[in-house]
Design a protein around this ligand. Structure first.
Ligand SMILES: Nc1ncnc2c1ncn2[C@@H]1O[C@H](COP(=O)(O)OP(=O)(O)O)[C@@H](O)[C@H]1O
Ligand SMILES: [Mg+2]
Length: 283
């Protein structure tokens, strides 16, 4: 059921007092990444002095949408947070997850990419079990947890199919199930629905909203789709063109109803247009 509320630019971010016993989920402080070009080609600054804090809200994670022109460094930011080379480590600055420096990949941070990242020679069940296996979950428990998440992403009955037997939307649900099964504290999504058509995208957005209500993870979502960013994001981050700097952080609150309904309302369209203008002004 759609509530008669809409997101707006006037929503205040929840205030979380500093508490050493409950450090923020993520802190970026003056994070810069400079790539050195091969064979003496000089250096290239991908992101410059990025700073932000995502507090640990009791019983809920925040959803952060990241918008900015292609090449502005969005993937670089997520990969630094994920601990993935060659973006990781940052050239300078501080990256903390729950108060501790990021030293490499870890099970508390899960990544979902745009390209379907399932292993082609593994079934759906084996793909979803993979993350659990890497985390060291015992074999007996793995299958039960994997089957649960396959149901949750509405892929029940497809456990023994291979990725090539699935549609793009289904393959992306496998990737989401695999990530969520490990129960990461932070989920990093790099244009996860970029290759999907509009209706499938809306279905995926509703699925994400539904799953998130129980997962309590903090989500970073890179997307080129401004309505998607506005619909899903508690906050929207707007980055400048290369070298990427964080131009604006906008708190707009959680999703207010099913994607296909909300995104057709005049209020939503007005807000999306306003944010679209800010993105255009950034570049
Ligand atoms: N390994 C690398 N070596 C050199 N340059 C890189 C490397 N990875 C990314 N870049 C450059 O950094 C910039 C930011 O890239 P990226 O983070 O992928 O941007 P976005 O995700 O916003 O499109 C781009 O100009 C890209 O070419
Ligand atoms: Mg990218």
């Amino acid at each position: 059921m759609t509530e008669a509320v809409t997101k707006s630019l006037t929503v205040d971010r929840p205030h979380v007092p500093a508490d050493p016993a409950n450090p923020p989920v993520v802190v970026f402080r003056d994070v810069t990444k400079t790539f050195t070009q091969p064979d003496g080609g000089g250096t290239f600054t991908a992101i410059e002095r990025i700073s932000f804090t995502i507090d640990d809200l009791p019983g809920k994670g925040e959803f952060v949408s990241m918008l900015g022109p292609s090449g502005c460094g969005k993937s670089t930011i997520l990969r630094i947070l994920a601990g993935l080379k060659p973006s990781f480590p940052a050239t300078s600055g501080t990256v903390l997850v729950k108060g501790k420096p990021v030293l490499g990949p870890g099970p508390e941070r899960g990544m979902v990419f745009q390209s379907y990242s399932s292993l082609p020679c593994y079934t759906v069940l084996q793909n979803v079990e993979l993350g659990l296996r890497l985390k060291g979950v015992p074999r007996g428990d793995r299958e039960e947890i994997a089957r649960h998440w396959i149901q949750r992403v509405r892929l029940g009955g497809n456990e023994h199919k291979y990725p090539h037997e699935l549609s793009g939307g289904m393959q992306q649900r496998v990737a989401i199930a695999r990530t969520l099964a490990v129960k990461p504290k932070i989920i990093l999504m790099d244009e996860p629905f970029g290759a999907l058509d509009r209706m499938t995208r809306w279905e995926m957005q509703d699925l994400i909203v539904d799953l998130w209500q129980n997962v309590e993870a903090t989500v970073f979502l890179i997307t080129h789709d401004i309505p998607e960013a506005v619909h899903l994001g508690d906050r929207v981050y707007i980055f400048t063109p290369s070298p990427g700097r964080l131009l604006e952080e906008i708190y707009i609150g959680p999703p207010t109803g099913p994607a296909a309904e909300v995104q057709r309302t005049a209020d939503f369209t007005a807000l999306a247009n306003e944010i679209s203008r800010k993105v255009e002004q950034a570049g």
